[in-house]
Design a protein around this ligand. Structure first.
Ligand SMILES: [Zn+2]
Length: 454
């Protein structure tokens, strides 16, 4: 009797899965999501994006196991505006989050909220104090670990080291009964000041890629062009090459912890059935445009180009590199579509059709932080950048000049005018008043400690 029942059940199951496939289920569905983000991580300082230094062997291996997007941009070059746009798939003018001190109100719905509603276990382990339990990004998480454990060098603030993020994440997974899950891990390490653990401080100093000779002054504030921001000051050293070697050392240290995370995931048998998404919130200027060791001030390549890859071999072909441009708002609809979770009012577009050579977008938008004083409008291959504070306009051909070094404004006047006419009005900066939401005392202290407020 029992074996009869078992056979019927097996048949029913086979029939059901066959039906699922025949009814146009286009993509196999993963069970879990591991969403890994790294603060201030420039795409071009990773080996998988062509960096000459061996900063990221573990991340490179992970990228090779998935499909990597070669041209991905963040919506803003500052932490909170960027993440809020990524998690809600709304551009910054819709989220209303234009500053690190802003709070996401009831606007939009976050990825975690969608997964929570579907009965997933949702957890986040966060290491940047900008992402806290009132920012709005905590929405939808049953477990939101924003406890900061180590004092930041030069700042009256605390963060978490990468080893703690990995440990806490593995502990949460090991606690068991967690599947299916949506787990967001945010690693802070490459964010300044560049202070990797001692083991990683000499990795790249005086190596063949070390370009000594640009000795800088330390600025009075965190925002002086051509100077080391006050909060980035390291003892004894003023050479830009040393700072870049320390930034790369932070990436190398972080990469080791990502390696431990992936090993843990594998030993728990979770790797096969988990979609892994890897990206960052923004890059960092490392001397380009006379901006040293800062982000949030520009909408140019060093600050807005981010790594992005998806690992889930049944859908994302291992080792594939896609040149079609995408942006951070496209991440949430991609994940939700893959899980066949209905979503509405998202401004990004899933990248799944791009895997089949369809669905490329023709317009992209990014901005600096702090109200978006610099904004960029991309109609590939053309990128128009407007700096409203300095009243400057730039035009770049991203196919010929991905580093955005040759401004074509005077050579291509007609083209520029055409492009300016095409910019959707909502993205043009109109309000030059302080748009920041009023801060309570607690928040004001927090932002001051981090150097975002005078
Ligand atoms: Zn950030």
């Amino acid at each position: 009797m029992r074996s009869w029942l078992l056979s019927v059940l097996t048949l029913a199951l086979l029939f059901y899965s066959g039906w699922m496939i025949s009814c146009g289920e286009k993509y196999p569905r993963p069970q879990n999501v591991l969403f890994i983000t790294v603060d201030t991580l420039r795409a071009d300082h990773l080996g998988c994006y062509g960096y000459a230094r061996n900063t990221s062997p573990n991340i490179d291996r992970l990228a090779d196991a998935g499909t990597r997007f070669d041209r991905a941009i963040a919506q803003a070059s500052q932490t909170l505006p960027s993440f809020v746009s990524m998690m809600t798939s709304l551009y910054p003018d819709r989220t209303g989050v234009q500053f690190n001190a802003s709070l996401l109100g009831d606007t939009g719905k976050t990825l975690a909220e969608y997964f929570g509603e579907q009965g997933f276990q949702t957890a986040a382990v966060i290491s940047n104090p900008i992402i806290h339990n009132r920012s709005g990004l905590q929405r939808g998480f049953q477990h939101f670990d924003d406890k900061m454990t180590v004092r930041v060098f030069n700042r009256k603030a605390f963060e978490k080291k990468a080893s703690h993020v990995t440990e806490n994440a593995l502990a949460w997974l090991e606690a068991g009964g967690r599947s299916p899950f949506f787990l967001w891990l945010h690693y802070q390490d490459p964010h300044g000041p560049y202070t990797p653990p001692p083991l990683y401080q000499r990795s790249f100093v005086n190596d063949p890629h070390y370009r000594a000779g640009t000795v800088l002054e330390v600025g009075e504030s965190n925002w002086d062009r051509g100077k080391i921001p006050a909060y980035q000051k390291l003892p004894y050293e003023r050479d830009a090459a040393y700072y870049i070697a320390q930034y790369d050392g932070e990436i190398e240290y972080l990469d080791r912890q990502i390696g431990d995370l992936l090993a843990g995931l594998e030993s728990m048998g979770l790797k096969e059935e988990t979609l892994i998404v890897f990206t960052s919130d923004h890059g960092e200027s490392l001397g380009e445009n006379n901006l040293y060791f800062m982000h949030g001030v520009s909408a140019r390549a060093p600050e807005t180009n981010i790594p992005l890859f998806f690992v889930y071999p049944p859908v994302f072909t291992p080792g594939r590199i896609i040149r079609t441009p995408v942006e951070a708002v496209d991440i949430a609809p991609t994940i939700l579509d893959l899980f066949r979770i209905r979503h509405s009012a998202m401004e990004g577009r899933a990248v799944l059709p791009i895997l089949k050579g369809k669905g490329a977008k023709d317009f992209f938008y990014t901005q600096s932080g702090s109200g978006g004083w610099e904004r960029a409008f991309i109609f590939h291959p053309w990128k128009v950048v407007i700096n409203y504070r300095e009243n400057e306009t730039y035009l770049f051909n991203l196919d010929q000049d991905p580093g955005e070094e040759k401004n074509l404004v005077s050579e291509e006047e007609d083209l520029l005018q055409n492009l300016l006419d095409k910019i959707p009005g909502r993205f043009i900066k109109k309000d030059f008043e302080q748009e920041e939401s009023p801060l309570d005392e607690n928040m004001r202290r927090r932002m001051k400690a981090l150097g975002y407020l005078e």
